[in-house]
Ligand binder design. Structure first.
Ligand SMILES: C[S@@+](CC[C@H](N)C(=O)[O-])C[C@H]1O[C@@H](n2cnc3c(N)ncnc32)[C@H](O)[C@@H]1O
Length: 246
C-alpha cells in the first residue's frame, strides 16, 4: 500500500462497519483463543466433534469444547444428578453431561431426527458413561410434558428455536426449586436485535420472558452464540416472588 493511501487509511474516520469487522475479527480470534485455553474434552468427544465438522451437513449446530466444558463444570458444581438435554444431534452435549455426572446420575436426551439419533447412540455405546444416557426419539415438547413436576435438576435447551418459550415454561415446571436451565444460541447470531424471521422472534421472545420472570434468577452470557444461565428460585417467603401455596 502506498504511503499516501496508508496515510489516507490512517486518517479515515472509524466507521461502525470497520469496528464491526474488527470486532468480528477479534470475536473469531477470541473464540479460537478461548477454545485453546479450555481443558481438552475426552477423546470420544473430540471424535464426535471431528465427525460432526467433517461428516454432517450442519456442523455449526455442534455445541463444541467451550460450551461443552461450561456444561460439565455446571453439572459438577451444582451436583446435578437428573438432567434433560433438549436436542441430541450427534450426541456431544449429552455425552459431555454424562461424563460429568456421578455414577448414579442420568441424562435424558431428546431428538426427533432418527438419523442423528442413530449416530449419537453409536457413540454413546462406545463410552463407559453411555449407561447414564437415555435417548428418547420424538418431539421434545411432548416428552417434556410427560415428565413430573419438580423432578429435574438441570435442563440444557438446544433444539428448535420456535419452541424456546415453551421449553422455558415446561422446564420451570419440571425443575426442582433451585434447579438450573442453560439455553444455547440466545444471541442467535445477532438476529435477536432486529428479529425478522420466526426463529429470531421466538428467541427474542424467550429472552424477554426469562428476563421478566421473577421466579428466575438469570445471567445472560455472551459466550459463543449466547448462553442463558437461569436458576429457578425457591418459592420461599423470603424471596420477592413468594406465592403462598395454599
Ligand atoms: C443445535 S442441534 C443440538 C446440538 C447438540 N446439543 C450438540 O451438543 O451438538 C439441535 C437438534 O435438535 C433437534 N430438534 C429440532 N427440533 C426438535 C424437536 N421439536 N424435538 C426434538 N428434537 C428436535 C434437531 O434435529 C437437532 O439435531
Amino acid at each position: 500500500m502506498s504511503s499516501k493511501s496508508n496515510e489516507a487509511a490512517k486518517n479515515k474516520p472509524e466507521t461502525s462497519k470497520t469496528i464491526h469487522s474488527f470486532m468480528d475479527a477479534v470475536a473469531w480470534e477470541a473464540e479460537q483463543y478461548a477454545a485453546d485455553h479450555t481443558s481438552p474434552m475426552s477423546p470420544l468427544l473430540e471424535e464426535i466433534e471431528n465427525y460432526t465438522l467433517n461428516e454432517t451437513n450442519y456442523p455449526s449446530m455442534l455445541t463444541g469444547r467451550v460450551v461443552g466444558r461450561f456444561l460439565q463444570l455446571i453439572v459438577t458444581l451444582s451436583g446435578a444428578t437428573n438432567v434433560i438435554d433438549i436436542g441430541t444431534f450427534t450426541g456431544y452435549s449429552a455425552l459431555a453431561i454424562a461424563e460429568a455426572l456421578a455414577v448414579e446420575g442420568r441424562v435424558l436426551t431428546i431428538e426427533h431426527n432418527s438419523t442423528s439419533a442413530d449416530i449419537a447412540q453409536a457413540f454413546f455405546a462406545r463410552s463407559p458413561h453411555g449407561t447414564k444416557i437415555d435417548l428418547r426419539l420424538g418431539e421434545a415438547i411432548n416428552i417434556l410434558q410427560s415428565l413430573p413436576d419438580k423432578s429435574v435438576d438441570l435442563v440444557f435447551i438446544d433444539a428448535d428455536k420456535t419452541n424456546y418459550p415453551a421449553y422455558f415454561r415446561e422446564s420451570m415446571r419440571i425443575l426442582r426449586e433451585g434447579g438450573l436451565i442453560l439455553a444455547d444460541n440466545v444471541l442467535w447470531y445477532g438476529r435477536i436485535f432486529k428479529p425478522q424471521d420466526e426463529d429470531s422472534k421466538a428467541v427474542a421472545a424467550f429472552n424477554e420472558e426469562v428476563n421478566g420472570n421473577d421466579r428466575a434468577e438469570k445471567l445472560f452470557l455472551t459466550l459463543r452464540d449466547g448462553l442463558y444461565l437461569i436458576r429457578k428460585t425457591p418459592n420461599s417467603p423470603l424471596s420477592p416472588s413468594f406465592s403462598s401455596p395454599d
